[in-house]
Design a protein around this ligand. Structure first.
Ligand code: 13P
Length: 256
């Protein structure tokens, strides 16, 4: 059975003190997790040390970075490498978030380098994909997301692919309060799984966790996570409030 994951992407939010308090609050009220139901905190670089420290004793809770540089070390002022992240106890890294694609000009070719660097350094990758509104409106979202996946992931062999989690985040649903319907999410997740199956076979495709992101909240998570191919969520705004995030974790545990 593939893993379900609720991952909180804090983006550029929270002071260290606020982050520590949020993690403490969530851990204190966290329901029983297990191999099949896991939680990830994708915190800003500054927080990684304290979040790794504070979650160390919590099995099935992991820490993610929101980005990494593709080189191991060197004269890259302001950057953090995958090598440094794994040394800091980080387990996952988000690659290809739409905000980084948009604001940092990250294209699929650069994402390939980042994914390779992450995997080389024993990190697991949460690969983000998703279409802008004009693509959704034109009805070509399946082809668009398929292209993102092919260009960034299909160079991987099967052994590498099992260390990838996919997050489908329609850009028009991120931070807008306009969630994809459960049917839209399930349709795309099913499509992504088919695309993976064509390249890697059914076993790997069925073992890959595919998370939904985009205005996912405690109030809509039950419906969204009911989709057969929806394996949890990548949560932005609702990950910053303990009760909201815990509600989404409850929805994951109750699903399927
Ligand atoms: P929101 O949940 O705030 O829409 O953000 C989703 C997201 O981008 C998570 O990576």
């Amino acid at each position: 059975m593939r893993k379900k994951i609720v991952a909180g992407n804090w983006k550029m939010n929270l002071t260290i003190g606020e982050g520590n308090a949020l993690v403490a609050d969530i851990l204190q009220k966290l329901p029983q997790l297990n191999e099949q139901n896991q939680v990830v905190f994708a915190a800003p670089y500054l927080h990684l040390h304290s979040v790794v420290r504070d979650t160390q004793a919590s099995p099935f809770v992991s820490v993610a970075a929101q980005n990494c540089h593709h080189e191991k070390s060197g004269a890259y002022t302001g950057e953090i490498s995958a090598f440094m992240l794994q040394d800091a106890g980080v387990k996952y890294v988000l690659i290809g978030h739409s905000e980084r694609r948009a604001y940092n000009q990250e294209d699929n070719a650069l994402l390939v380098k980042k994914i390779d660097a992450a995997l080389c350094n024993n990190l697991q990758v949460i690969f983000c994909c998703g279409e802008p509104l004009e693509i959704r409106d034109s009805g070509t979202q399946n082809a668009y997301v398929e292209q993102q996946i092919k260009e960034s992931l299909f160079h991987l062999d099967a052994a590498a692919m099992v260390r990838i989690t996919v997050a489908y985040e329609p850009i028009w649903a991120i931070g807008t309060g306009r969630t994809a319907t459960a049917e839209q999410a399930q349709d795309m997740h099913q499509h992504i799984r088919q695309v993976l199956a064509q390249q890697y076979g059914a076993t790997i495709a069925n073992g890959t966790s595919i998370l939904y992101g985009g205005s996912c909240k405690a109030s809509n998570a039950v419906e969204l996570f009911a989709g057969a191919d929806v394996d949890g969520g990548l949560i932005g705004g609702a990950a910053l409030i303990a009760s909201d995030f815990l509600g989404i974790i409850d929805a994951m545990i109750a699903s399927k």
